[in-house]
Write a protein that binds this ligand. Sequence first.
Ligand code: CO
Length: 298
Amino acid sequence: MEKMDKDILDKYKKAGKIAIEARELARKKLKPGIKLLDLADEIENKIIQLGGKIAFPVNLSLNEEAAHSVPSWRDTRTYEDGNIIKVDIGVHVDGYIADTAFSVSTNKEDQKLIQATEEALKEMIKLATPGTQIRELGKKAYEVITSYNLKPIVNLTGHSLGKYDLHAGISIPNYDNNDKIELKEEMAIAIEPFATDGSGFVIEGKEGEVLKIDNIIPVRNGREIIKWVSIERKELPFAKRWIMNKFNPIRSKLAIDELIRKGVFHQYKVLREKAKGRVSQSEHTVIVADKPIVTTQD
Ligand code: CO
């Protein structure tokens, strides 16, 4: 790790520390009956309080949902006994990102799902050394998860990270996809195995609450929203409810819908397990090195 600018490594580490604290808060708050909206707001506020910025809206995906499920403005949904919830948290410091996720359930059978991705993650991290072909990580995820008699979700992947960039070009598979690209020293990668008792695939479900700037064209309505997003979010995703809280909620909702229609904003769909299987996820951010640095772990 001599080559990476020390300043940059420090920022990755600072983002990681903040993500750890935000995650701990989430674990503490996650009791049956809690409103998903309150949980997301509290986690996001914690990130800001600690001097970080939000890399993406906190994802709180329930049961067969795997990713991109984010509370709406005045969302009334709660986390309840018997749900499996995935909490996915993203923090950045000057654009350097920490991405971490965990799963929780009070359901006894779900513990196997959660153990499977925790163990897969742990084993994959050991392989995050220079020269490892990324297929090796996928192979490991597959081995561990299938040893629990479960399936990895093969069309979800981890990803390399760049400055203000959540997907910097390399995907970390959850099965052996034959990709011989090698990990390089100092690469920042988010490793995130997903396991399910369903089919092992996700499909796009309903329109979600996560947006991203796509294509800026001249518009009449929503100019102040576009301005705020361009400055505050750059290319990073944001939640619809953030805009509705910041501006007039009714007017901004109409403006957002129009901006989505015109292609100014991209709207992410909620990803759910194809056979409605239950899904678990575990994730850490790792800097590739002979001794991998896990920024989101103490
Ligand atoms: Co991620």
